[in-house]
Design a protein around this ligand. Structure first.
Ligand code: URA
Length: 433
């Protein structure tokens, strides 16, 4: 099979066969297909799309590109959650300890930042000493002992996604429905979890900007998960505004800690409770309302926070930072962004906020970029709030002084101020089973 012809076929909008898709994925992982051909194919997929059958074939090829995990040694039901990517989305850091503290096992594999969105692994690595690359046996041991571990993509597990993820991140091919479905579900299916809850973001800060597109994404992932025999559900959630106040790695870890202590932002807390309750319901811990009450209680009685401390310790992190978050290093430079007019914040372009945090050093522009864990943004005003001219709407943090002005300009351009308060939409817009 000639890779050239496969690229050409997709470029011309034709349907690829399962054998063609497997040829490309296997060849890419073996290093026989170079990045430039894979980039061209990703771009062709971006423009031409894929049928559900092609997307399913791509997903299963990604799953089968390496080892598939056998978690049968982990006692009890294994659950996972995965977000399609957002800005300020630190829910995994909160939800995983909540549900683990309630007796389900979280053997979670997470990703790094992608495009303008952050990634759980980059956030966890902001905790000094925290290990995200753990051999599979050790990973299983930790999950069996304390009920939770979050690791990065193991080199042997869905290696095609690891390679594609990094390639898409720098070739403007992230926001493609079949590529997102196969990336997320390829690695979810390679891990041996019983229940999966997907947080499918919608709006200006997500890869799928409209509820219709997000619903389609959710429906395809749920269908492919169902075909693979998983208990799976997707929530469509609002990403027209950043989640919480913090954007950027150590800033987000600190906000997740506050949330687990019951002192977090309302939107983040509510979404984490909802995601936790859906996971617990899928794991048959009770009716939804009972699961919701259990999740709230896990925050109130401190057991979820204690679980995070346990996880950090088990994965080599210095739990002193979790217990005393003021120990996290702060950025060398900061800048307050001031409102240029008075009025209500009626709309923000959340993707631009994500790009601003990337400019500050919280994400990558090239595959080789090193993340500055201290970089990011703390919002002082959010959509729906009134702001006086000259009032601070956000504080920017960075180790690169010169990046502050460019990021501030982006934030101002991305923040629309108007006379009347906007109509706010609910955080959870829909549920796809
Ligand atoms: N998260 C992933 O793991 N992959 C994507 O493509 C997007 C979000």
């Amino acid at each position: 099979m000639r890779t050239y012809e496969i690229i050409q076929k997709k470029r011309d909008g034709k349907e690829l066969s399962e054998a063609e898709i497997r040829h490309v994925i296997e060849g890419y992982v073996k290093g026989e297909i170079p990045d430039y051909q894979m980039s061209a194919l990703c771009m062709a997929i971006y423009f031409r799309g894929m049928t559900l059958e092609e997307t399913a074939a791509l997903t299963f090829a990604v799953r089968d590109s390496g080892e598939t995990l056998d978690f049968s040694e982990i006692n009890g039901l294994r659950v996972d959650k995965h977000s399609t990517g957002g800005v300020g989305d630190k829910t995994s850091l909160v939800v995983a300890p909540i549900v683990a503290s309630l007796g389900v096992k979280v053997a979670k594999m997470s990703g790094r930042g992608l495009g303008h969105t952050g990634g759980t692994i980059d956030k966890l690595e902001a905790i000094p000493g925290f290990q995200t690359e753990i051999p599979v046996d050790e990973f299983k041991k930790i999950v069996n002992q304390i009920g939770i571990a979050i690791v990065g993509q193991n080199a042997d597990l869905a290696p095609a996604d690891k390679l594609l993820y990094a390639l898409r991140d720098v070739t403007a091919t992230v926001d493609s429905l079949p590529l997102i479905v196969s990336s997320i579900m390829g690695k979810k299916l390679a891990a041996d979890d019983d229940c999966i809850v997907l947080d499918v973001k919608t709006g200006s800060g997500s890869f799928m900007k409209t509820p219709e597109k997000s619903r389609e994404l959710a429906a395809q992932m749920v269908e492919i998960g169902r075909r693979a025999g998983k208990r799976i559900r997707a929530l469509i959630t609002d990403m027209d505004r950043p989640l919480g106040f913090a954007i950027g790695n150590s800033l987000e870890v600190k906000e997740a800690i506050e949330t687990l202590k019951g002192e977090g932002p309302e939107d983040l807390t509510e979404l984490c409770i909802a995601l936790s309750a859906h996971i617990l319901e899928l794991a048959k811990k009770g009716e939804y309302s009972e699961c919701e009450a259990m999740a709230r209680a896990a925050i109130e009685n401190g057991s979820a926070f204690a679980k995070l401390v346990e996880m950090v310790k088990a994965q080599g992190g210095d739990e002193g930072y979790i217990l005393s978050p003021e120990r996290f290093q702060t950025a060398a430079y900061s800048l307050d962004v001031k409102a240029e007019e008075s009025g209500y914040i009626v709309k923000v372009d959340t993707e631009s906020y994500g790009v601003a945090s990337l400019l500050l050093g919280a994400g990558r522009n090239t595959k080789e970029d090193v993340i500055d864990p201290t970089a990011g943004i703390v919002l002082r005003k959010k959509t729906g709030e009134y702001v006086e001219k000259g009032e601070t709407i956000a504080t920017l943090y960075s180790g690169k002084k010169e990046s502050l002005t460019a990021a501030a300009k982006r934030i101002l351009a991305a923040t629309k101020v108007g006379k009347n308060p906007p109509k706010m939409q609910p955080l959870v817009l829909d549920i796809v089973e």
